[in-house]
Design a protein around this ligand. Structure first.
Ligand SMILES: Nc1ncnc2c1ncn2[C@@H]1O[C@H](COP(=O)(O)OP(=O)(O)O)[C@@H](O)[C@H]1O
Ligand SMILES: [Mg+2]
Length: 440
């Protein structure tokens, strides 16, 4: 090759690289715009991926639809900021409205009538102490979603129990009474309905007011005649249990089998608030044991074999007596909500008197008074330890990760400076990342 030839060759090469770079620049810009457009989609896809890795479950609302929900809520001044959890019917998000943090529950409307019934139940709970209060509710433009707005709680009771159990720290007796009293009062005050899915993850804790509220009324049913409950709705609940057993692979669980009452197994369903009392009994039992019971154990308890599972701790002797009344197999023998509240209040007084007697001779009057005050305070306000929600995923943090990928892509281009060969035309630009070939 002559010098001239070689010079020409070099010029052509340089020219080609220059052109290629313009292509890259232009393509990069377009690709970046595409990235920005798909930014939310990528965030939700990322959430889907992480959630699937953690739980082996899919999100029940697909990322494409979540993007639409995100935009629709944004127009209403509600900015989704974190994914918290998902249940049988919908997904729970933390959101910001003006400067206030709220919770948005996005529920897929399968049966409009049923969803409306659910919202009506929440409306009826307004003003009932120790129940999670609905702030607002509206349907999506296309009427395929129902959005329910609640205040943000610190965590659920399951979280607090896990935290305590992991540290091998059992609950103090007055802590157990403190929680039990609030939830049994909530059951007693439910207007003409029972919850039917009472379990630790449906009891929420507010670290500011230090109160526990009964929540998630998605499976709640009203009584038809004000007292008992023998109609087809009972059968509907029964069928749900059966279908859970038959199709566990569907992973669609409206009701937790472990905490159900024995009457759910009967075909002749006669459900009352005592259904919830049984479930609460199992939750309290777990708190006294300092561990979660399993399905086999709860099956045994439903069969009436409770004694072997009760806590041996001397401190729980009186509470165990109440538990025996809560966990009676026969509804007619089981303690009623009002009576339970009374018994727990009596126990609270007994515990107070025991405490006073135990310190009476040891400490002087003034110190005694202040100690008693402190002790009584424990029944009014109790701080519980908890961990951050395990499934919580912050949209902004995930957004940063997605942005990092773009950055990596940019770095990749600049590092390989000049040695890029493009084999794409304009129409392929959005797929730039894959189509670029790097020649070393
Ligand atoms: N208002 C809230 N504040 C804090 N966490 C919440 C709130 N609502 C729901 N969560 C979290 O999301 C989980 C699922 O919400 P829940 O209302 O029980 O719906 P479902 O079980 O029907 O999906 C709860 O167990 C709780 O951990
Ligand atoms: Mg729930």
């Amino acid at each position: 090759m002559s010098v001239e030839e070689s010079k020409l060759n070099h010029r052509v090469k340089r020219q080609s690289i220059k052109e290629n770079f313009q292509y890259i620049k232009k393509g990069k810009k377009e690709a970046m715009a595409e990235w920005a457009n798909n930014f939310n989609l990528q965030i939700f896809e990322q959430i889907q991926e992480i959630y699937k890795k953690k739980t082996k479950l899919n999100l029940i609302i697909v990322p494409e639809v979540l993007c639409k929900i995100y935009d629709e809520l944004k127009e209403k001044g509600i900015q989704l900021i974190a994914f918290l959890a998902q249940g049988g019917q919908g997904m729970v998000f933390e959101a910001k409205k003006k400067d206030e943090i709220i919770i948005v529950k996005c529920i897929q409307i399968v049966n409009l009538e049923k969803t409306e019934e659910e919202v009506q139940i929440l409306e009826k709970l307004k003003g009932i102490p120790n129940t999670c209060q609905l702030i607002d509710s509206f349907n999506s433009n296309k009427k395929n979603f129902n959005f329910q707005i609640f205040k943000k709680y610190s965590c659920d009771l399951k979280n607090i129990m896990e935290c305590a159990f992991e540290k091998k720290k059992s609950f103090l007796l007055n802590q157990i009474i403190y929680i039990s009293l609030q939830i049994s009062q909530a059951i007693a005050n439910l207007p003409n309905m029972f919850h039917s899915d009472l379990k630790p993850s449906n009891i929420f804790y507010d670290d500011v007011s230090k109160s526990f509220d009964l929540s998630d009324f998605g499976a709640t049913k009203e009584f038809k005649d004000g007292k008992s409950f023998t109609n087809n709705v009972g059968l509907f609940l029964y069928q749900q249990i059966i279908s859970d057993n038959l199709y566990p692979q569907l992973k669609f669980k409206a009701l937790d089998l472990k905490y159900r009452a024995p009457e759910m197994q009967e075909e002749n369903l006669n459900l009352t608030k005592k259904y919830d009392i049984f479930s609460l009994g199992l939750v309290i039992l777990e708190m006294t044991l300092g561990r979660f019971i399993d399905n086999l154990e709860s099956n045994q308890i439903r069969k009436g074999n409770l004694d072997q599972y009760l806590s041996y701790d001397q401190a729980h002797v009186e509470l165990n007596q109440i538990l025996k009344l809560m966990l009676k197999v026969e509804q007619t023998e089981r303690i009623a909500p009002q009576e339970l509240v009374k018994k727990l209040n009596e126990l609270k007084e007994i515990v107070e008197i025991k405490f006073i007697n135990s310190v009476l001779n040891v400490i002087n009057d003034q110190r005694l008074q202040s100690m008693i005050q402190d002790f009584k305070q424990y029944f009014q306000e109790y701080s519980f330890e908890f961990k951050e929600n395990k499934t919580k995923l912050n949209l902004q943090e995930i957004g940063v990760q997605v942005q990092l990928n773009i950055k990596q892509f940019e770095d990749c281009i600049s590092q390989k400076n000049g040695w890029l060969i493009l084999n794409l035309n304009e129409s392929q630009m959005p797929n730039l990342v894959i189509k670029i070939q790097i020649k070393k």
